[in-house]
Ligand binder design. Structure first.
Ligand code: ATP
Ligand code: MG
Length: 176
């Protein structure tokens, strides 16, 4: 068994990535640079084809993986995580799916509380240009036929095009 302290430089960051945008990538780049290994958790993994969750976990996985490859970042793994809707068990659920980690990057108060109660080191992850870079803002632009491409990494846009994601979102929201 590898001693636990060997994983003290491993980190976790969780998002829904509906879709992956430039704000997410600012955090991911910083976390990966500060960590031995970064687990990127895809939250609410079971949802897709909904207005707020248009993309499947596999499609979100592909967006992240393609962008990381494109940026030459290699010290990461991606883990889809379904919602349990039972907060007291959520940390255990994440632990059971991720390689060991000891640091969590989050600005979400509930995530911070749950992981700090479980003894993890919490680090802040500042929000970059939140008015522009949010999943909600990207989906709104997609739905309304406005320019969404500058808000997401190029390779994520390629995946969205490949799966015809904008048309899906517009059909789901009744915009087409
Ligand atoms: P949505 O509007 O769909 O909820 P979101 O932009 O809030 O999307 P999520 O996929 O919900 O993004 O992921 C949430 C995590 O992503 C946050 O905990 C935060 O750490 C990070 N994040 C989101 N937007 C930014 C941003 N602009 N800058 C830095 N981090 C961000
Ligand atoms: Mg969010």
């Amino acid at each position: 068994m590898v001693p636990k302290h060997c994983f003290s430089e491993n980190s976790l960051m969780i998002g829904r990535f509906q879709p992956l945008h430039n704000g997410h990538m600012e955090v991911i780049r910083k976390c990966a640079a500060e960590s031995e290994k970064l687990t990127i958790g895809i939250g609410s993994a079971q949802y897709s084809h909904e207005c707020d969750n248009p993309f499947t976990a596999g499609e979100r996985y592909l967006m992240i993986d393609e962008v990381m490859k494109d940026e030459g970042i290699a010290n990461y793994c991606i883990v889809p995580i379904e919602d349990l809707n039972r907060y007291s068990l959520w940390v255990a659920q994440v632990e059971s799916l991720s390689p060991p980690f000891s640091r969590v990057y989050s600005n979400n108060p509930l995530t911070r509380r749950l992981f700090s109660e479980a003894g993890y080191e919490l680090r802040d992850s500042p929000l970059y240009n939140r008015e522009i870079y949010s999943g909600t803002a990207v989906r709104k632009k997609m739905t309304e036929g406005e320019g969404w491409r500058p808000l997401v990494p190029g390779k994520a846009a390629e995946v969205i095009d490949y799966i015809d994601g904008v048309r899906r979102l517009r059909e789901i929201t009744g915009g087409e």
